[in-house]
Design a protein around this ligand. Sequence first.
Ligand SMILES: *Cc1c(COP(=O)(O)O)cnc(C)c1O
Length: 464
Amino acid sequence: MQIQKRDVTIRPWLYTVKSQTGGVVSVYFLDTDLEGNNPEDREITSSLYGGDERYRLKQEIVLGIGGVRILDALGLGVHKYHMNEGHSSLLALELLKKNGMDIDKVRSLCVFTTHTPIEAGHDKFSYDVVREVLGEPVPLDMLKKMGGEERLNMTLLALNLSNYLNGVAKRHRDSARAMFPGYEIHAITNGIHSYTWTCESFRNLYDKYFPGWANEPDLLVRADGILDEDVWRAHMDGKKVLIDYVNKATNVGMNYDTLTLGFARRATGYKRADLLFSDIEKLKRTNGKGRIQLILSGKAHPRDDSGRKLIEQIFGYMQKLEGEIKIVYLANYDMDLAAKLVSGVDVWLNTPLRPLEASGTSGMKAAHNGVINFSVLDGWWVEGWIEGVTGWAIGPRPNENVSVEECRRKELDDLYNKLENIIVPMFYSRRDEWIKMMKGSIGKIAYYFNSHRVVQRYVIEAYL
Ligand SMILES: *Cc1c(COP(=O)(O)O)cnc(C)c1O
């Protein structure tokens, strides 16, 4: 294919994902690092978030236009193209060319899911760069009608060339509708792969009570029937794995029986890993009522300075609390570590700045392991939350219209008051109520917020 008027050859690599329960999915990775390609073009697929606007556009040409051609060359007979975020939306231009510029036909082939609730998160390219790098696969005036007059907005392009549009949680759908008025945007709330994110002890527990649960996670709806001691034993097994890992990696000496709060996210501003440390004195007071220990993790994007500063700040707070509250910040946050964290703590904390968390998924992972969510009402949690039954809310209700200052005040009030007066006392003095909430998390969250339900809904509502 041609990029910047040069021929570029693309090679696909096949990666076969095999599910523990028998499924197989083929993933094709596109690569331009081939002999015969111009040295500059060999670099197009070498760095995920590197480079400038021009570099990014070249990557999206490889993904969108190259992707369609590779699928054709492999003879895969695609019936639907599902664009996740605008990065792949140039594929719709390739489909227009293939289908004689028939917009209705292309729309019938395309599904688009937006994942970003803020304007700045959507890719946009100047038409000068577009013309230079991409050429004119469809006439420019037609492209501007679909992708925006000023700049090529990849989200707009996808919205205009798909006949099914959705956001990744109901609240996110509402933000997306406000951002793109006039489009019928649906909601299919995210879910996570139940088997992958359930730790060994809970897998064994579910095998015993709900045979077949991994392929039919709806069965977890019956979690109330699990014996308390079985839930607690499975939890303590998962907790031991994490605490042993922490005590090997650090010298803080964490305990198995102490109430343990977890927080792990990409270290970026809006996720607010530092919110818990807003009032050090209140945190100390809570710890006086009943011991707490904190396990945090998260990597900053190499180009996100604010993310790196956030981590530095947290290390500052950790120093201030040294000798009082055991806190660790674990390095190398990846899926393996995430799996240990979401199954090894007692409470999973989530404090994003509303409405910036489109969905969020780590809290769903926690719920699969009987870990209780304590979260700002944003993204998926608006749908998963029942106060005191599936977890606890931090801050204003979803439909409460409050100023930024009022919102923060309410968040801090809930954060410290609920921790001190509800969460700590229940953990230490009313274990039966605690276990009931663990079962509430499994039976009212995990049974629903899983990828089996998500895929079924995509098939029925978007693909068929
Ligand atoms: C689940 C997961 C995430 C996403 O978690 P959020 O709650 O959506 O922020 C990010 N990184 C890793 C390694 C994960 O496992």
